[in-house]
Design a protein around this ligand. Structure first.
Ligand SMILES: [Zn+2]
Length: 85
């Protein structure tokens, strides 16, 4: 009758299963922008900081950043002209 049990009694079998469930919960990444749990996060650099966000937010952030950088440059140009007395 032993033979019915080995897999259930195998100390490695259950913890492994439990560990898998636990770690998949822990490893479920959350988007830093929309706070949604996502399968995969993308690291985007925002103002020098790495942000882990979902792909949708990554696209959005990249776009916003490009606009921000472009307008910052425009402002810097204007300041440059105005700043030179
Ligand atoms: Zn997101």
């Amino acid at each position: 009758m032993w033979r019915c049990y080995p897999s259930a009694l195998d100390p490695a079998a259950r913890p492994a299963a439990l560990r898998q469930t636990a770690s998949s919960e822990v490893l479920m990444p959350v988007c830093a922008s929309c706070k949604e749990e996502v399968d995969d996060v993308v690291v985007v650099k925002v103002k020098g900081k790495n942000k882990k966000v979902c792909e949708d937010c990554a696209d959005e952030l990249r776009e916003q950043q490009e606009i921000a950088e472009a307008s910052e440059e425009a402002v810097r140009d204007m300041m440059g002209y105005k700043g030179r007395w």
